[in-house]
Design a binder for this molecule. Structure first.
Ligand code: ATP
Length: 857
């Protein structure tokens, strides 16, 4: 049992030191990691057994057993071997899909700040133990059940636990510790969000012992299916029924023709097993999750798998400016200070304001730590210091209170002891400062300067202050920000990230409209938006106040033309998303603050910032930018499009080949030919089609024109853009060639069945090479540019040759060695499909070029 400190003195001393590393480690071993137990997963063996649960497989096994009893056991055994191979492959695919999903989940684990061995450290939330001292800040998700020991204005959103969405106030209590109680105002609970304040707490319960853990069972949900998976599942059901029907017809017709019932049954059941695309759902999951893993390497962390798919449909990206489009490296480039009387003798007013009105901290090694805007102010001060040092100014005017900055008010105030008086300093956006000044004389100059500086792309901050006799009680602080006198202006630049300009161009050619949403001044926003290429002549700019005045209807008319929103507050972002969605646009929206969560949730893809983002925003987001960089969004979209293309490619491949098998077997009797293939041949070919080549297609590189085409409408049928047509005509062609081979070979007295078998297998391998790209011919792509694919093709070819020529395999597969003319004929026929599909691609790109030329004229 872990003992926790009981008295106030013990608690006070624990706050400053925290647990020692060794003790934390010991406790972790005793109580286990701070994580919720997952629903019991299927054991791998169970997963393997599940592969045999399929109805058709069961029939196939029974039929082959019957065949064995009355006929040849060797057939039965080889069919069973193939069925087991099939199951192994299905198992590997599902297992990989599960593992990939798990890895993805691991990556989005949260971190938390604790005090251990006297130092503040960041650790994995899963390593928290009872007794740890946790630092709680607004925006964080609470990782365990804790008691608040110290804290200011802490408010919690406990809706995940209680359903109550209004934040509740929490009060610190350090006298003693009591067990976490959902009705207590001193406890914070795992899984709830801090919306306000700062504090320090002691961890009481972790993992399944927490309140959240107790209801965790109720909350367990499987990972949601993506829209594509849902569509595929439904489609799979329909197609399976259709295939079963066809197999039944083949069986019926065969009986009428007087074929042997058991053999006929084996053929139709094998065909059903081969043609039903049961591997597709697992293949899609693998493609999506492998894609997500690749994106994580490129700094885009996918939190919800459907996002990989929706990335390709995005038509608008609404992005923050600071830190995402720009570097978030502010540098003050000019200031103007008002020469009124100094409030403190010996100090310039603006100098005092720069030194005192900020949350910059001096680190142990003398480094300055803080938010970019404020760091720039302090650095500017330090470069222009008079006699006093920075530290001396801080010591001379100790801070006794503050009203923190918030992006709605766009103001921040601090209060300092100055002798027996109180110095009030307020800084903020210049229009907001204008609203709190007593002397209206300065207005013209402030407006003119800030407009001019903003037009030069600078962020402009205005400063003001006053002296009071004493600090009013907290309840009256909302009136302090008034009657202030103007002290000066500061202009700072924050250069755009180098790669952003190109990324924006890429968006535009890809039919995606980038939009800037910023808290900055409209003029600053416009200048930067122009510089990076977001704003073009003819676009509209809206400010937060204009937006507030505007009716829904008017806004809906303008929303698609507006590329810059300035001085907006976070709650207005939601309106922007909703209105764009009303216009059938698919919106990606970035955000980092607590207030951004609703708009992130509402957008098609909510994107949180990995570095500056709060836990709240990350939890609400579908994707996290690990480097906060706009260009990463565009890279992710590119990757999303590639993944979707590749999924379409293996669907194209599998469905065409399955179609060809069905056409072949159905058409042969109608053309007066014998059943072309034995069950083993059909099952073998199925192994070839559903197996590695399909998976290897998921590794195919992006098409050349991937960012030159418009976003894909999300509701667009999977079989649009010629895919359905391709499956139909290539399937029929493949079957036609196979049947022609059968007819010709029978006439010539050749080893027709082995030839039919070989032509079908070769045609499929030729087809997979041709569908690697939708447009580029294979010679341009390079035969060897997809290693897994080429290896699996070579492997299959070798096996096929062994099946034809090795006596051992001849016996098993009922094949015969082909002589040279037979082999040449089969290879020649096997290559027809490849060339036909290459020709299809050539026509496609020829047509496209013609259209592009027409557009240019
Ligand atoms: P973006 O929305 O482009 O990412 P941002 O989120 O940094 O920008 P805010 O932080 O909301 O925008 O800032 C909006 C305005 O508030 C700024 O233009 C500036 O005038 C003012 N401001 C920013 N930081 C402070 C601060 N620490 N103290 C006072 N005012 C500030």
């Amino acid at each position: 049992m872990i003992s926790l400190p009981k008295s106030k003195s013990e608690l006070t001393s624990l706050i400053s030191t925290g647990l020692t590393e060794a003790e934390a480690k010991r406790r972790l071993e005793e109580v286990g990691p701070n994580s919720l137990k997952e629903k019991k997963k299927k054991a791998p063996f169970q997963l393997f057994l599940d592969q045999f649960k399929d109805f058709m497989i069961a029939i196939l096994i029974s039929a082959s057993l019957i065949a064995g009893v009355i006929g040849e056991w060797s057939d039965t055994i080889i069919i069973l071997v193939i069925v087991i191979l099939n199951a192994i492959m299905g198992f590997i695919q599902e297992y990989r899909a599960e593992k990939a999903l798990e890895a993805l989940k691991k990556m989005s684990e949260t971190h938390t700040r604790v005090i251990r061995s006297g130092k503040t450290q960041t650790i994995h939330s899963s390593e928290l133990v009872p007794g740890d001292i946790l630092i709680c800040e607004a925006g964080n998700m609470i990782p365990a059940d804790i008691q608040l020991l110290e804290g200011n204005a802490v408010k919690m959103d406990e809706s995940s636990l209680t359903g109550e969405s209004v934040p509740v106030d929490k009060t610190a209590f350090i006298e003693e510790i009591d067990s976490p109680d959902i009705n207590s105002d001193r406890h914070l609970f795992k899984g709830t969000f801090q919306t306000n304040g700062r504090g320090v707490g002691i961890v009481l319960k972790t993992g399944m012992d927490t309140q959240f853990g107790k209801i965790a069972d109720l909350l367990q949900e499987g990972s949601p299916e993506t829209p594509l998976q849902i569509r595929m599942r439904k489609f799979g059901k329909t197609i399976s029924l259709l295939i079963l029907l066809i197999c039944l017809i083949i069986f019926g017709l065969g009986l009428l023709r007087g074929e042997e019932p058991l053999e006929l049954m084996m053929v139709s059941v094998s065909l059903a097993v081969a043609a039903i695309p049961e591997a597709l759902p697992a293949l899609i999951t693998i493609a999506l999750s492998l894609g997500a893993a690749r994106m994580a390497k490129k700094e885009a962390l996918i939190r919800k798998l459907p996002a990989v798919e929706s990335l390709g449909s995005i038509t608008f990206i609404c992005t923050d400016k600071t830190g995402t489009l720009t570097k978030n490296q502010m540098t003050v480039v000019r200031h103007s200070s008002d020469e009124k009387e100094h409030v403190a003798p010996g100090y310039d007013n603006l100098q005092l304001a720069l030194a005192l009105n900020n949350d910059v901290k001096v680190g142990k090694d003398g480094n300055l730590l803080g938010e970019a805007t404020e760091l720039a102010l302090v650095q500017h001060l330090i470069q222009n210091l008079g006699e006093k040092t920075y530290q001396e100014i801080l010591n001379d005017f100790p801070r006794i209170g503050e009203i923190p900055f918030d992006s709605d008010r766009k103001l921040m105030s601090t209060f300092h002891q100055m002798g027996d008086q109180v110095l009030v300093i307020c800084k903020g956006a210049s229009e907001c400062i204008i609203g709190v000044l007593n002397d209206q004389n300065d207005l013209q100059k402030i407006k003119k300067d800030s407009q001019e500086w903003a037009e030069a792309g600078e962020r402009v901050l205005a400063f003001s202050g006053k002296v009071l006799d004493k600090l009013p009680p907290k309840s009256e602080w909302d009136k302090i920000e008034s009657e202030l006198s103007y002290w000066g202006l500061v202009g700072m630049i924050d250069p755009p990230r180098e790669e952003v300009k190109e990324a924006i161009q890429e968006c535009k050619t890809a039919g995606i409209q980038p939009v800037m949403i910023t808290g900055d001044h409209p003029a600053t926003a416009k200048t930067i938006a122009k510089e990076v290429g977001i704003f073009e002549e003819g676009d509209l700019i809206l400010s937060g106040s204009e937006l507030r005045e505007m009716s829904d209807e008017d806004f809906a008319n303008q929303v698609e033309k507006t590329t810059v929103y300035a001085r907006v507050s976070p709650d207005q972002k939601l309106r922007i998303v909703r209105t764009l969605q009303q216009k059938n646009q698919f919106v990606a929206m970035t955000g980092d603050g607590v207030n951004d969560a609703p708009s992130l949730r509402a957008s098609t893809i909510g994107i949180a910032m990995g570095i500056t983002g709060t836990d709240v925003s990350k939890e609400a987001a579908h994707m996290i930018l690990l480097d906060d960089n706009f260009a990463t969004i565009v890279r992710a979209i590119r990757e999303g499009r590639r993944i979707f293309d590749n999924i379409r490619k293996f669907i194209k491949y599998i469905m065409t080949c399955n179609g060809a098998e069905i056409w072949t077997i159905t058409m042969a009797p109608l053309l007066g030919l014998p059943i072309p293939l034995l069950p083993i041949h059909i099952l073998w070919i199925n192994l070839v089609t559903d197996g590695i080549p399909a998976l290897a297609l998921a590794k195919e590189k992006a098409e050349k024109n991937i960012m030159d085409r418009p976003p894909r409408p999300p509701k667009q049928s999977l079989f649009a853009e010629g895919l359905g047509w391709h499956i139909l005509w290539v399937g029929i062609l493949m079957a036609g060639i196979t049947l022609f081979t059968q007819y010709w070979a029978i006439r010539q007295g050749w080893h027709w069945q082995t030839m039919v078998f070989t032509v079908l297998a070769f045609s499929q391998l030729g087809h997979v090479m041709a569908v690697r790209s939708d447009r580029s011919p294979l010679y341009k792509l390079g035969i060897f540019t997809n290693t897994p694919l080429i290896l699996s093709i070579i492997g299959t070819l070798i096996l096929q040759v062994l099946i034809i020529y090795l006596p051992f395999f001849n016996r098993i597969f009922h094949t015969e060695a082909l002589n040279l003319p037979e082999l040449i004929f089969s290879v020649g026929m096997g290559l027809v499909v490849f060339h036909a599909v290459e020709f299809e691609k050539w026509i496609k790109s020829f047509r496209q070029k013609k259209e592009e030329a027409k557009l240019k004229h």
